[in-house]
Design a protein around this ligand. Structure first.
Ligand code: GRF
Length: 189
């Protein structure tokens, strides 16, 4: 019997390389998930084009994203039988009200080895602190920013000649590899 694929929503705000990596993996027959919905708080996010190209339903949320809208979005996601929400460069904080609808179902990818360097400018801060390693972390989303339970990490060595851009590029490459693998494992478990 062929098992049905698990429905996933991806929340973005910009470029969408992680979204693309998740979609690419999902297109394989052997993959256990399907990207069924993409949400963005930016109507011009480049990632939306990737979603549309792959015929994935998209939705733009408002800047305010107040309770009534959150409830509406949660209902849509529940109706679409969304089992996990993957944040991928989503620059808005989800309220506890929204998160309550999806306990342990919202995950995020962050460009540092958490708990180090929560928040923004992670590569700049890691370089400034002369860290030997940086990397990325996938974690559950909780009320506190970048502080939910860690699911997986991938280390990236910092090189002597690294700049923010060079480091970001190498970390992003690892993010794009890690996210689909971790999601598949999470669904299996
Ligand atoms: C990634 O570096 C991710 O870790 C961070 O935002 C960036 C999003 O990149 N949260 P992209 O839009 O997936 O290319």
């Amino acid at each position: 019997m062929i098992k049905e694929k698990t429905n996933i929503a991806v929340f973005i705000s910009g470029r969408g390389t992680n979204l693309k990596a998740l979609i690419l993996r999902s297109n394989k027959n052997s993959c256990n998930y399907k990207i069924a919905f993409v949400v963005s708080n930016k109507k011009n996010a480049a990632g939306l084009k990737i979603a549309k190209k792959n015929k994935i339903l998209t939705k733009i949320i408002s800047k305010q994203f107040l309770k009534a809208e959150q409830k509406k979005l949660a209902k849509i996601l529940i109706n679409k039988n969304i089992q996990f929400i993957c944040l991928a460069g989503f620059m808005k904080i989800l309220s506890p009200y929204f998160l309550n609808f999806f306990k342990n179902k919202v995950i995020n990818i962050h460009p540092s080895l958490l708990p180090k360097y929560k928040g923004l400018n992670t590569h700049h801060r890691a370089l400034k602190a002369k860290e030997k390693f940086s990397g990325c972390t996938i974690h559950y989303v909780s009320k506190k920013l970048d502080s939910g339970k860690i699911i997986a990490k991938k280390k990236v060595k910092i090189l002597k000649k690294d700049t923010i851009k060079k480091l970001e590029k190498r970390v992003l490459k690892e993010e794009n590899k890690l996210y689909p693998i971790v999601l598949e494992k999470l669904i299996m478990s």
